[in-house]
Design a binder for this molecule. Structure first.
Ligand SMILES: Nc1nc2c(c(=O)[nH]1)N[C@H]1C(S)=C(S)[C@@H](COP(=O)(O)OP(=O)(O)OC[C@H]3O[C@@H](n4cnc5c(=O)[nH]c(N)nc54)[C@H](O)[C@@H]3O)O[C@H]1N2
Ligand SMILES: Nc1nc2c(c(=O)[nH]1)N[C@H]1C(S)=C(S)[C@@H](COP(=O)(O)OP(=O)(O)OC[C@H]3O[C@@H](n4cnc5c(=O)[nH]c(N)nc54)[C@H](O)[C@@H]3O)O[C@H]1N2
Ligand code: SF4
Ligand SMILES: [Mo]
Length: 753
């Protein structure tokens, strides 16, 4: 800052700030250097007790994100194609007017909500989206869960009684790490928070252990492993049932301390009997000996951590595959055991506070209007959104709330969705950019930037086998805006037809209900933690959590204050077995063969015996991308074009294609045009595309991304292709056709294998 004398006076925030990068589950510690009120650098924080200096190229762009000229700082209201920056009150007033219209014309049920991935990372949204939804009265809820981990939520719910009770691989203490459909070299780990997965894989191999990667693509993670098994997309469940078959056939099932805690073993044995490795091998595209070999390795290895991620979820048999990952852990004695897969003990016990189904409540709660798809765990499939907006009739969606989401790029049937969004009579977005989705909104309410927000990664610690925590206060005090949680609450109230509801009262009620869930009387909780906002929810979660001070009842117990004075974080200790705490299932035990999951076995059997599509598409991630929304940061998009179609050279040769060709990729859902890159590290018959690109829309305000548009692969993802049980989108294993284009855009050759 330059003062009247021309001397540079330090801004109050000048200096070094230790923070957690909020961008992914790695939770890296970074040091943000601020000079003259601007971010001068973001560097790894070697003192950080968790990450000890580990970062990736995204984390060092937190300053670029903060200073990005396209990032919204004020609410925006759209008038036709024109966006105006308006005051907070003017934005609330405009929303109120639009909501009143929709409610008057179509009733309150005409509103739906779509929550995206970053809703869990935004400090206010992560703790107040629940309140916002409650206040809005919205019953049709969609989210990025059904393009991501919903099958895992469902299997965890049915097996362990809580949708977030997802076992995490104990990589640091295992002898064998088996990864199905995850590429931590790019993603840094998912539903698995680890400071450095690739480093830990190296350590494992150095101490004599092994890593096996099971993925149609020989990814950088697979290249760093001892063995790559390049199975066909969508065949994991059959593959794993083949492994289970061998375990039973060899009488090698070892339940160890879970003996007596497992319900349904006979039903599972009966199912596995039908999945002889010889039978499933052609469907999986691997030799039967490979399946038997994995079973034998699991039998002779003391401790194995079996992990499945997005490749096992966003596929045709997502629920069966997600379930089998945990079944194999149980059968080999590796669940809830050090060096196997374990449940975390998060300091802020949000996982227990999250609304999970009351005992005995069915997991399927209603059906979608147009196609009758099941709403599993309270969510309608993202795959249905376009048709629910576009199909006339009672119950049609007329109003939409999007929360930190970009479904126009990230959800299936993207072409139909982009065509449907303009039909909405009221669309309100909680978002920081005018992007491919929010450009259709009528009103946008931005969050403060990450550097203007406090941060404690309640979500990622849930999937971390080290208990710990770190609190980062804002670097820059947010200016000229209401506290964001108040905005979030107010938007909910307006949609719910209560524009004048008192936000303080709403917060107190919401907080008291959370406290009641932790066994506290509302008056007591409100008296102990009177200061409103997200920090008291966090404090409650910590103080009533496994290491909490219980408001003085536990000596040396933790509270939020314990983290406020530890800028480099606090580590409490490693995970311990938790099965003896019991399970919220109907039987009170682990349900190893839930009937709903088994009901999908006939569909799998049919697929195993059916002919396969000649060419299928899978997705891939890159270290420098974060889904759809970080392509506006120059350092992350510079260099070689990354939005390419990768194909094995043998597949290209058959089609007369060479690297660098521009090709048209077509599925039943649509066609996109992309440059071709040859890659012999991909299984023949499989091609891959990254998602989150397709920034060519001139109506967005993303100057950098528009200059690096790429193509939207989700134009190719058919909305009709879902995992039948969970309703999750199938984004991997999509049948496609690839043709060469000449420069004028005409297709010159039709090629199918
Ligand atoms: N083909 C294919 N499609 C996929 C996938 C795939 O593997 N293949 N992966 C799927 C997965 S796993 C996911 S999670 C989804 C993600 O799908 P989405 O969650 O719909 O999309 P994102 O790209 O993460 O968009 C995040 C949005 O949040 C906004 N944002 C960023 N930071 C903030 C903030 O602090 N506050 C607020 N209010 N907004 C913010 C961004 O501007 C952007 O609009 O994509 C899915 N789509
Ligand atoms: N840099 C970066 N990091 C991210 C993200 C990002 O976009 N960029 N996104 C974040 C989010 S929201 C998520 S959910 C996580 C996802 O984290 P990961 O699951 O690790 O994600 P991917 O790198 O997409 O790895 C999925 C792998 O599954 C493989 N695959 C596809 N189909 C199948 C199949 O049928 N079976 C098997 N076995 N494998 C298959 C693909 O080839 C790919 O290698 O990453 C998070 N971290
Ligand atoms: S690995 Fe994840 S948490 Fe670490 S710097 Fe990169 S984006 Fe941030
Ligand atoms: Mo995700």
């Amino acid at each position: 800052m330059t003062g009247a004398t021309g001397m540079v006076t330090p801004a109050p925030e000048d200096g070094l700030h230790h923070r957690t990068c909020p961008l992914c589950e790695g939770m890296c510690g970074v040091t943000v250097a601020v000079k003259g009120g601007k971010v001068a650098s973001v560097r790894p924080n070697r003192q950080d007790v968790w990450s000890r200096g580990h970062v990736c190229p995204k984390g060092t762009t937190l300053g670029d994100l903060h200073h990005d000229p396209d990032r919204l700082r004020t609410p925006m209201v759209r008038d036709g194609g024109e966006w105006k920056s308006v005051s907070w009150d003017a934005a609330f007033a405009r929303l109120e007017e639009l909501v009143e219209g929709v409610r008057a014309r179509h009733g309150p049920d005409a509103f739906a909500a779509y929550a995206g991935n970053m809703a869990g990372k935004d400090s206010a949204l992560s703790r107040y989206s629940g309140l916002m939804l409650q206040a809005s009265g919205i019953r049709q809820v969609y989210s990025s869960s059904t393009v991501d981990q919903h099958p895992k939520n469902l299997s965890a719910m049915l097996m362990f009684g809580n949708e977030w009770k997802i076992p995490v691989p104990d990589l640091d203490r295992t002898d064998l790490f088996v990864i199905f459909g995850g590429n931590p070299a790019a993603s840094k780990g998912s539903i698995f928070s680890h400071r450095d997965v690739m480093g830990a894989m190296r350590d494992l191999r150095a101490r004599g252990g092994r890593v096996i990667v099971i993925d149609p693509v020989r990814t950088p993670t697979a290249r760093a492993a001892d063995q790559w098994i390049g199975l066909k997309p969508g065949s994991d469940a059959a593959f794993m049932l083949g492994v289970a078959h061998v375990l039973f056939a060899r009488d090698a099932v070892r339940l160890r301390h879970l003996e007596g805690l497992i319900e349904g073993l006979d039903a599972l044995r009966a199912v596995a009997a039908d999945f002889n490795p010889e039978r499933v091998a052609p469907f999986c595209g691997v030799a039967a000996a490979v399946i038997t070999g994995l079973a034998d390795e699991l039998i002779r290895t003391d401790r194995a951590a079996i992990y499945g991620r997005i490749g096992t979820c966003t596929q045709q048999f997502g629920t069966l595959a997600s379930w089998m990952v945990d079944v194999l852990a149980i059968l080999t004695g590796n669940l809830d055991r050090e060096g196997g897969s374990m449940w975390s003990r998060p300091v802020a016990a949000l996982v227990d506070m999250l609304a999970t189904l009351p005992k005995g409540m069915p997991v399927v709660m209603g059906q979608s209007r147009v196609r009758g798809a099941p709403a599993v765990l309270g969510q309608f499939p993202a795959s249905c959104l376009a048709e629910e907006i576009a199909t006339p009739g009672p119950g049609q969606i007329r109003g939409l709330l999007t929360v930190a989401a970009n479904p126009a790029l990230s959800a299936p049937d993207a072409g139909r969705l982009a065509a449907a969004l303009p039909l909405l009579e009221c669309m309100v977005s909680m978002d920081n950019y005018i992007n491919e989705t929010t450009r259709h909104a009528h009103v946008i309410f931005p969050s403060p930037s990450f550097l203007e927000s406090p941060h404690f990664d309640m979500w990622s610690w849930i999937f971390c086998l080290t208990s710990g925590g770190r609190y980062s206060p804002p670097v820059f005090p947010p200016q000229g805006r209401p506290e964001h949680w108040r905005v979030v609450a107010r938007v909910g109230a307006i949609i719910g037809g209560q524009p004048h509801a008192d936000v303080d009262t709403m917060d107190d009620r919401y907080f008291a209900a959370l406290a009641a869930g932790r066994g506290m009387a509302p008056e007591q909780a409100l008296a102990l933690l009177p200061e409103r906002g997200p920090a008291r929810i966090l404090d409650l979660a910590i103080r009533t959590g496994p290491f909490g001070d219980r408001f003085g009842a536990v000596q040396d117990g933790l509270s939020l204050a314990s983290f406020a004075d530890a800028p480099d974080g606090r580590i409490i200790g490693p995970a311990v077995p938790r099965a003896s705490e019991g399970f919220a299932t109907a039987s009170g035990r682990i349900e190893i063969a839930p009937p709903l999951i088994l009901s999908d076995i006939p569909r799998l059997e049919q697929a195993v015996d059916a002919p396969a599509a000649p060419l299928v598409l899978v997705s891939r991630r890159h270290l420098r991308s974060m889904n759809s929304w970080m392509h506006n940061i120059p350092t992350l998009v510079k260099g070689k074009e990354r939005c390419t179609l990768r194909m094995h050279s043998a597949d290209a040769a058959v089609r007369g294609l060479v690297g660098g060709d521009t090709v048209a990729v077509t599925s039943v859902a649509g066609t996109i045009t992309v440059p071709l890159e040859l890659d012999d590290d991909i299984r023949p018959g499989v091609i891959s595309m990254p998602h989150g690109w397709g920034h060519g829309d001139p109506q967005t305000h993303l100057a950098v991304a528009q200059a690096h548009p790429g193509a939207n692969t989700n134009v190719l993802s058919p909305g009709t292709l879902v995992d039948a049980v969970s309703g999750n989108a199938v984004l991997n294993g999509i049948p496609v056709d690839v043709r060469k284009l000449v420069n004028n855009g005409n297709v010159v050759m039709r090629a199918t294998a």
